[in-house]
Design a binder for this molecule. Structure first.
Ligand SMILES: *Cc1c(COP(=O)(O)O)cnc(C)c1O
Length: 347
């Protein structure tokens, strides 16, 4: 089989969530948007539910409907995008809790699904989602009379602990929610690490559950193994791959492995990334193709059947950094072609 394998360790996911839970002063939710950061919402959300998670956040009402069928009736499911036109039936039928972002959404919610729970999202400086302070002032009394179940905001620079934006947003959030007796939430993974004054009643970690930066000392969640299709010897001066971008400086042994940029292995990875056989790292040579990558395995004294992309020596963060991106983007770009194999699955 030429299909690459992504092994996802659900026990590691559960332990990472527990760790974030122990760090949080209030309740701890789980963010499982974008198919649980590409790792599989069905398996990941079930594992987290079994671990005790009862509050989930997702991006859209459609994701919420899917999640409801996975985790059952009990958990709270919040929608970051709020109440968009066309969402009303999903919100009602699947008991989703929209995080209202604007006065427009507030009127829509009051008009169409007043009896459904809702939360409020405030903008404290990121300028992405949420009511502006001025907007909030004009509808605060009315909104509070409708009994929102949560007031939240989101930090723009929480992965940089010394960034002045953090304290500024904290101050803004406090000012906007002063004397309001509603559950509050400000922090994702980065904010949890900033310390308890950022935690309020509920934290919303995502990336830390999946074992990536800014979370530290977490369990590694993913292993990727890629089959070797062919091995060849080439002489000095021969080239490998599209555009002849790599020329062999001497006699070399080249393995062609079965994955490429269609599997989220960006062309930018080429220079720093290694493919591992046990603890020996072999460099990528030539351009990454859609389905294939050339690897210089001259240093190996065996002909491997597969090579490993992610392990303790080459973490997701390290690979992502090599392609000038972040763990979030690497994970959510992995694509559908992997054989996804789950460790610790409870049927
Ligand atoms: C994605 C997201 C989270 C989770 O963030 P991580 O950095 O992955 O922990 C929390 N809150 C909001 C509003 C988000 O968009």
């Amino acid at each position: 089989m030429a299909t690459a394998t992504a092994t996802i360790d659900l026990n590691a996911i559960r332990q990472n969530w527990q760790k974030l839970r122990r760090l949080s002063s209030g309740d701890t939710a789980a963010v499982v948007k974008a198919n649980a950061y590409g790792l599989g919402v069905k398996q990941v959300a079930s594992a987290l539910y079994n671990e005790g998670a009862r509050i989930f956040f997702i991006a859209t009402a459609e994701e919420g409907a899917e999640l409801r069928s996975i985790v059952g009736k009990i958990p709270d499911i919040y929608i970051f995008s709020g109440h968009m036109t066309g969402d009303t039936d999903l919100i009602k039928n699947y008991s989703l809790i929209p995080l209202i972002n604007s006065i427009e959404q507030l009127s829509r919610h009051c008009e169409l699904s007043k009896e459904q729970k809702f939360g409020i999202q405030l903008d404290t400086g990121m300028n992405r989602l949420g009511m502006e302070p001025m907007e909030w002032e004009t509808v605060k009394e009315l909104t509070l009379s409708l009994n929102p179940v949560l007031i939240m905001s989101h930090l723009a620079c929480a992965d940089e602990p010394r960034h002045e934006m953090n304290a500024m947003q904290l101050q803004n959030f406090r000012r906007l929610t002063d004397k309001i007796n509603v559950k509050k939430s400000l922090s994702a993974t980065g904010g949890i690490l900033l310390g308890p004054e950022y935690h309020f009643d509920l934290t919303r970690p995502g990336i830390g559950i999946y074992g990536c930066s800014p979370m530290q000392d977490c369990f590694s969640v993913l292993k990727i193994e890629i089959p070797v299709i062919q091995i060849r010897e080439i002489g000095r001066g021969e080239t490998v791959g599209y555009g002849n971008t790599w020329t062999a400086p001497s006699k070399r042994k080249i393995a062609t492995i079965s994955a490429g940029y269609a599997d989220g292995l960006f062309r930018l990875l080429s220079t720093n990334t290694r493919l591992y056989f046990q603890d020996i790292g072999c460099p990528i040579v030539g351009r990454i193709s859609m389905d294939l990558i050339g690897v210089d395995i001259t240093s190996l004294d065996v002909e491997p059947e597969k090579l490993e992309l992610i392990n303790s020596q080459q973490t997701i963060d390290k690979i992502a950094g090599g392609a000038k991106t972040i763990g979030y983007e690497f994970l959510t770009s992995l694509g559908n072609r992997y054989h996804r194999n789950y460790k610790g699955l409870i049927e």
